[in-house]
Design a protein around this ligand. Structure first.
Ligand SMILES: CC(C)(COP(=O)(O)OP(=O)(O)OC[C@H]1O[C@@H](n2cnc3c(N)ncnc32)[C@H](O)[C@@H]1OP(=O)(O)O)[C@@H](O)C(=O)NCCC(=O)NCCS
Length: 293
């Protein structure tokens, strides 16, 4: 018996969903489309069943909340955000977030399908068949790269401001956090951006946290609740705080092993760390620092 069962919805609803997604993708594929106007219109019809202009007259505050130009994201306040790139994806990130509050966003069938349609217009790279469940959060969206068949479960946080790469067939379980920025312990405005790389066939299990700049090798597994502060080798099972490899998977038919070849994650050059706030001074005044407890 397969682990997952096929589940459909009523043909009438399936048809309406297909039509909605088809029209959405067509509009988004037109480079001249005003994404802010498109999103506020779609949301007004989805949430209130009426055109945006009509809603604006009836209830200006409700209308404001649907218009990407009427709201701000945390990323808009950061010096590290590339504002030009962010403004392009902001309307679609808002659409994604508001969709999560709606019945069709919460339904797995329609929610996954609509998010799959939006993903290529938001992320830096998306392979085939991405599967996002509800209430996933992103920092900027434009710095996320996904391979094929990536699965992201409920309430995952992908802080991609410094760049996150995720390989093929990797899954992130509920409440996983992946970071790509860090703050100086004495001076919080001193932000460093570090690219975080998660290989192929990796399972990051529920409530684990991956700190900025870490690399997780192919076929590795991160145990539930772990905090990963250092690189995890391929095939390792890493547990605890801080996470340490405690076992290695032994596979005779590993789809990720390339015998006699260097490991793929060793072939990706490590991106240099970047300063999130270029105006912040490099050196702290004498007398400041940390010592052992
Ligand atoms: C990695 C994992 C599978 C280990 O499970 P396991 O092989 O059954 O481990 P065991 O129960 O044999 O435990 C071995 C030891 O590690 C400890 N341990 C198990 N999981 C641990 C974890 N996540 N963190 C710290 N220690 C852990 C056990 O307490 C035990 O310690 P002991 O030897 O002192 O008694 C499990 O921790 C895990 O993360 N499961 C996640 C489930 C999952 O797949 N989620 C995704 C679904 S979407």
């Amino acid at each position: 018996m397969p682990w997952l069962l096929p589940r459909g919805i009523a043909p009438l609803h399936e048809k309406a969903l297909d039509r909605f997604i088809g029209a959405l993708v067509e509009k988004l594929s037109d480079p001249s489309v005003d994404r802010n106007a498109l999103v506020r219109e779609e949301l007004a019809r989805l949430l209130y069943g009426r055109p945006y202009e009509e809603l604006l007259e009836l209830n200006p505050l409700a209308a404001m909340g649907l218009d990407p130009e009427g709201i701000t994201f945390e990323a808009e306040y950061y010096a590290a955000t590339d504002q030009e790139k962010f403004q392009k994806v902001k309307p679609l990130l808002w659409f994604w977030k508001v969709l999560d509050l709606t019945p069709i966003g919460q339904s797995v069938h329609s929610g996954v399908a609509i998010r799959r349609a939006l993903a290529p217009f938001i992320f830096k790279r998306v392979g085939k068949n991405p599967k996002f469940f509800q209430n996933v959060e992103f920092s900027v969206g434009y710095n996320l790269e996904l391979g094929d068949d990536v699965v992201v479960h409920r309430y995952v946080l992908l802080d991609d401001i410094g760049g996150i790469k995720i390989g093929d067939r990797t899954s992130l379980s509920d409440y996983v956090n992946v970071y790509s920025h860090t703050h100086h312990v004495l001076a919080s405005p001193d932000v460093t951006l570090k690219e975080t790389i998660i290989g192929s066939g990796v399972r990051i299990t529920y409530h684990a946290t991956i700190l900025a700049g870490v690399r997780i090798g192919d076929d590795a597994m991160v145990g539930t609740g772990a905090i990963v502060t250092k690189d995890v080798p391929p095939h390792a099972i890493a547990l605890g705080i801080p996470a340490r490899p405690v076992r290695y998977k032994v596979r005779h038919d590993c789809p990720y092993c390339r015998k006699g070849e260097p490991h793929p994650s060793d072939l990706i050059p490590r991106a240099p760390d970047r300063k999130g706030n270029p105006d912040f001074p490099d050196f702290l005044p004498p007398g400041f620092g940390t010592r052992e407890a």
